[in-house]
Write a protein that binds this ligand. Structure first.
Ligand code: SF4
Ligand code: SF4
Length: 268
């Protein structure tokens, strides 16, 4: 029985809170230094990434902006993310996905993922009522500053880096799914091959090298804006200065770091 199997067996007998006290959990909350530890290039096998050269995670705090008016629902970001991060091609697994909202004149709101129609949303109504407005909403892990997924992980496999990204150490993850259930944004899934938790990392392996996340790089309308909240010159900070910004589910106090401009009040 290896370490992962042993820990998974323990999980069956202890609730998350109880086990947290039983198991030593050296990585909890803010990561000591994701940049100081070993890394794999990308995808579901993401471990604690390693920066190169003089990269100092303490000098950055990453976020993403999304301009709703610019998203055309082409899903190039979704495809680029899958290719970059070894996300399974089956239409059930996503690190990022696009939801289409349709609001009718009688205020009925229907939502569907244009990438998979069964992601907990209702089928888009195809009736005769007039549509008041419709728009696309890209979704992904919000890299919460107060992430419930980190709080519930009993073995410290999911953690926050000093530069504000929530990551999963696949070597430590025991596949208990606590984080999948705790995420209020449905941003996590269990990778069918590795049996470990997986989600958006802002393409951390690229970001620490000064590259953009794959989804941002391919977006043909620049609806996605990646940036450093600590840099006043970043595109993200400029976007936030020039627009009214909303985050998803603000009442949960997760402090999301995906910032939406032109977001309709109906979006949850
Ligand atoms: Fe964790 Fe979900 Fe927040 Fe991402 S969106 S940091 S997975 S709680
Ligand atoms: Fe932690 Fe989530 Fe892995 Fe469970 S499934 S060990 S909560 S990262």
């Amino acid at each position: 029985m290896n370490k992962r199997q042993f820990l998974k067996g323990l999980i069956l007998f202890f609730p998350a809170g109880g086990l947290t006290g039983v198991l030593a959990s050296p990585v909890r909350g803010k990561e000591t230094s994701g940049a100081d530890k070993g890394t794999e290039a990308s995808g579901a096998k993401t471990t604690q990434p390693q920066s190169t050269g003089a990269y100092d995670p303490e000098r950055h705090n990453y976020g993403m902006g999304i301009e709703i008016d610019k998203c055309i629902g082409c899903s190039r970001c979704v495809e680029a993310c899958k290719a970059e991060n070894n996300v399974p091609q089956e239409p059930f697994f996503f690190r990022t996905w696009i939801e289409r909202y349709v609001i009718t004149k009688d205020r009925e709101v229907t939502v569907e993922s244009i990438n998979v129609k069964s992601r907990g949303t209702r089928e888009l109504a195809q009736d005769d009522r007039e549509i008041l407005r419709s728009f696309f909403v890209p979704k992904l892990c919000n890299q919460c500053a107060h992430p419930p997924c980190v709080q519930v992980c009993p073995v410290g496999a999911t953690f926050s880096t000093k530069d504000g990204v929530v990551l999963v150490d696949a070597n430590r993850c025991i596949g208990c799914r606590y984080c999948v259930q705790a995420c209020p944004y449905a941003a996590r899934y269990l990778h069918p091959e590795t049996k470990t938790a997986d989600k958006c990392t802002f393409c951390y392996h690229r970001v620490v090298k000064g590259l953009l996340p794959a989804c941002v790089e391919v977006c043909p309308t620049q609806a996605r804006v990646f940036g450093d909240l600590k840099s006043k010159a970043s595109r993200l900070v400029r976007l936030m200065r020039m627009n009214k910004i909303h985050v998803l589910k603000p009442s949960l106090n997760t402090d999301p770091k995906v910032y939406y401009a032109q977001l309709d009040g109906e979006v949850r």
